[in-house]
Design a protein around this ligand. Structure first.
Ligand SMILES: [Zn+2]
Length: 142
């Protein structure tokens, strides 16, 4: 990760995929505070969405910019060493994200993706409001 700044490197390393990473908690807490109830990391659904709103038939993925290859994002910088390895790995992740999304949509789920960079202080409030609106505007019709 030699070409990354200290901040980028720290960010990348802290984003190793796992449950309850901070940005996910941020989104969950906000939505919970507005009265939404959800399931976490639902293993029965493609891609194991981070937050699932059965009532709204909506799922939310909170994606790390590096691991999910956020195009044009300053946090998506491929390390110079092992560049091909990383690039192949991220491409596989991206392909899987697309596949998961298609499967979910085919099953009638509304899919919302939040990028971690959108949860940095400057954009956070705006992003959270957008997610809330996006979740609640979709009501199950049957
Ligand atoms: Zn990003």
């Amino acid at each position: 990760m030699d070409n990354q700044t200290k901040e980028q490197r720290h960010y990348t390393m802290s984003r190793i995929r796992g449950k309850d990473t901070k940005p996910e908690i941020l989104v969950r807490k906000y939505l919970f505070g507005l009265g939404l109830r959800y399931r976490k990391n639902d293993k029965r659904l493609p891609g194991h969405p981070d937050i699932v709103f059965p009532k709204y038939k909506t799922v939310v993925f909170v994606n790390g910019c590096f691991w999910h290859g956020h195009e044009g994002c300053k946090y998506y910088v491929l390390p110079k060493s092992n560049c091909e390895f990383w690039s192949a790995k991220i491409e596989r992740n991206k392909a899987r994200d697309i596949r998961d999304r298609q499967e979910l949509e085919a099953k009638g789920w509304h899919v919302i993706v939040v990028w971690e960079c959108e949860l940095k202080k400057a954009k956070r409030d705006e992003t959270l409001e957008r997610v809330y609106k996006s979740v609640t505007e979709k009501t199950v019709k049957n």
